[in-house]
Each structure stands twice: as C-alpha cells, then as structure tokens.
Design a binder for this molecule. Structure first.
Ligand code: PLP
Length: 391
C-alpha cells in the first residue's frame, strides 16, 4: 500500500465559499458590510444568542468581552493553565492579571469544585475565562445534583467569559455554547471547526456588552463606516467615544464564514465519525489514554482528539510524534500549559507542582488528526501506526 500523507489539519471549503466571495468582490465594498451583518445574524441564531458581534479573531473577541464587562487595571481573572496563550494574554492587554487554575484529569476542563477551591483562595477575583477545551463544553449547568460553573459564579458575583475557540457547534446540558455565560468568544481561524481564514465572533444576551463591543471593535466610533457611507443624508460626521481597537471583520472573510456556517452541523457529524473510529480502534492499548467525555458524543464539537501516553507507554510523547511523522502522519500538542511558558512562569512565579493534572497530561499528550475529510482508510492508518508505535 502506498504511504498516506495525513496532515494534522486540512481546511475543507467545498460549499458556497466561492459564490459568496464573488458577490463580495462584485459589491465594490470588501470590508465590513452586509455579509458580515448577515453572518452575525445567522451565527447569533445558530447559538441562540440575542447579539453577535463579528471580529477579526477570537483573541479580539476575548479582549472586547473583558473590556466590555469592566475588567480594569490591577484586577485578577481566573483562567485555566491548559489553554492557548490568547485566553490569558487578553487579561494582560487590560493590565489585569491571570490567576491560573488546574484542570480536571481526562477532560482538561475547569469544574465547579476546582473553581470553588480557587474562589476560597482568591475571594477578590470577579471574572472567569472558562475554556471549552477541544470542543467539549465545561460543566456550566448544574447536573446530577452538582452545582455548575454558572451558578457558582452567580453566587460569588463572578462574570463569565467563555473561550469557545474550539466549541462550535457544542452544547452543555442541551444549551448551545454561545448563549450561556455573560459573553462567549469563538474562533474562525483556518484550522477551526468553521473558518473565515482569520476571524471570530462574540455572542451575548447582554445589550450593554454588545453595544460596547460594537463600538470598541471599530476605533470607539459611535457610527460604523458602512452606515455612514450608505446613509441618504450627509453623514460624514462621527464621534469617538473611547480609544477603541481595529477588530472589525471584513466581508471577504464573512462570505467564507456564511458558507462554512451552512455546513457546520454535517461537518461536526463527520468529526464525530472520526472520534468514534478512534474510540473503537484505540481502546485497550497499554499506555494509551483516551479523552474522557462529560457530554454526549453529539454535543461535542470534536475540534481536537487528544490522547495521553501514560508513563507505562513504550515510547514518550516526543518520540511518538517523530515516529508518526516518519509514517506521514501529522500530530500536535494541546497544550504546553501556560504555567510552563517563560513569560507567565517568571511574571507570576508559577511552579509545576501547583498544576498536577495539567502537568501529567502535558507530559504525555498528543492530538491526532480530526477533520471531516479524513477517510476511514486514513483513520485506520493513524490507528495502525499508533498501535505499532506502542506495541
Ligand atoms: C483556546 C483558544 N483560545 C483562543 C484562541 C485564539 O483564536 P484566534 O486565532 O481566532 O484569535 C485559540 C486559537 O487557537 C485557542 O485555541
């Protein structure tokens, strides 16, 4: 059999992307306008949120969310260590400080007991950035008689920003991620579950947060450029009400996003097919841990399929990734936790012993390819290679 080349990620753009892009190019207006507003409307409907604000990255959405919720210089904000730096760097953008939390083994999520303990230690912290790691929602709602993250936060007056970069479409307790916390931030980066190349979306039910985010995403202007250019009355004038940012999403990107959104559910199902294949073919391999599920398979966005090489495994994680690469298979690591990154480690004096679960996971974790165009033959190839490496 010829060697397969299986990259870690592969962008799938086989819907109406080109047709919608053509419309934008013919429109004579390539930046934020009707395609972006349509994407906001449709995405808001898809997650059941009252307001959706399209921006040029999830990082921008996170920054706007914290700013709109009133995080100020010197504040402290809870954030998991097992995440990408964007979840924490936006806290520093506002000259506030991250307070890093360990995560639950198996899911890599923050849970209510983890947060409860953190609130006891740091009663002054009034904001949480919760990450829906890999596409699985953190336990936001109460379940099985146990309090959820949301009620716990409400009890302690903690504002909740959800980093849902991995989590569209995804559900917790039957509710779509995007309509749960005070603000939710999605990524449409090239390798995400839906993409606009670069892009993001902030969703919220809070009118004041939506209004502030809309103003701050475009320089702090009280009127967006498109409404001034399309107004029948002379409309050159605008006011600057705050020193805002340049975070608007261009229509070129929104056109791709609209096409991607149309196929978001069937593509989620294709990723679930990959996950089911992995669970079936990889179970019972000594030294290999599979991801733990706290939601039904169909409520998971399946952005990542992270596995864990335990200390009993025949080879270590780095060697396993090299051996997979030699067989033409791409793998990645999610994540080297933030407490191990030199900036956070030295600025906040972080020690690995304070994050035992994240430490254990990071030492052995690797993420396998998971995307809609992976064929059964390719999935068999990945599983066979991993089995060979570990046998
Ligand atoms: C958990 C998490 N949050 C935020 C981001 C930032 O997303 P973006 O590249 O759209 O800013 C990423 C990107 O990979 C991510 O993985």
């Amino acid at each position: 059999m010829a060697a397969l080349k299986i990259p870690f990620a592969r962008v799938v753009c086989d819907g109406n992307e080109l047709a919608y892009l053509r419309e934008v190019i013919r429109s004579g207006w390539l930046t934020t306008a009707e395609k972006t507003f349509e994407l906001e409307k449709r995405f808001g409907e898809a997650v059941g949120a009252r307001y959706a604000c399209a921006v040029n990255s999830c990082t921008a959405a996170l920054h706007l969310a914290l700013e709109a919720l009133g995080v100020r210089s010197g504040d402290r904000v809870f954030v998991p260590t097992m995440t990408f730096t964007a979840s924490a760097e936006i806290i520093r953008y506002l000259d506030a400080h991250p307070v890093f939390l360990d995560v639950e083994p198996g899911t890599n999520l923050i849970t209510a007991p983890i947060l409860e303990e953190a609130v006891r230690k740091h009663p002054g912290v009034k904001t949480l950035v919760v990450v829906h790691y890999g596409g699985q929602a953190a336990p936001m709602a109460a379940a099985g008689g146990r309090e959820g993250i949301l009620d716990l936060c409400r009890r302690h007056g903690i504002r909740v920003v959800e980093d849902a970069a991995h989590a569209f479409p995804s559900r917790d307790g039957g509710r779509m991620v995007g309509a749960i916390g005070d603000a939710t931030c999605f990524s449409f980066y090239a390798n995400k579950t839906i993409t606009t190349g670069e892009g993001g979306m902030l969703t919220t039910d809070n009118a004041a947060v939506a209004e502030r985010a809309r103003i701050m995403r475009l320089h702090g202007m009280d009127r967006d450029v498109w409404s001034r250019f399309t107004s029948d009355a002379p409309a050159w004038e605008y006011d600057i009400v705050a020193p805002g940012f340049k975070y608007n999403m261009p229509d070129v990107n929104a056109a791709i996003g609209l096409a991607q959104l149309e196929l978001a559910w069937p593509r989620r199902a294709e990723r679930e097919r990959c996950a089911r294949h992995y669970f079936g073919a990889l179970k019972g391999i000594p030294g290999l841990g599979l991801p733990a599920l706290r939601v039904p398979m169909e409520d998971h966005a399946w952005h990542l399929f992270p596995v864990l090489l335990t200390p009993e495994a025949r080879v270590g994680r780095n060697r396993a990734i090299e051996m997979l690469a030699a067989k033409g298979i791409g793998a990645s690591v999610h994540y080297k936790p933030l407490h191990r990154m030199s900036y956070y480690r030295t600025t906040y004096g972080l020690e690995p012993e304070d994050f035992p679960n994240a430490e254990r996971f990071w030492q052995g974790c690797l993420s396998l390819p998971i995307y809609p165009s992976l064929t059964e033959e390719e999935l068999d190839c990945v599983c066979g290679a991993l089995r060979d490496i570990l046998k």
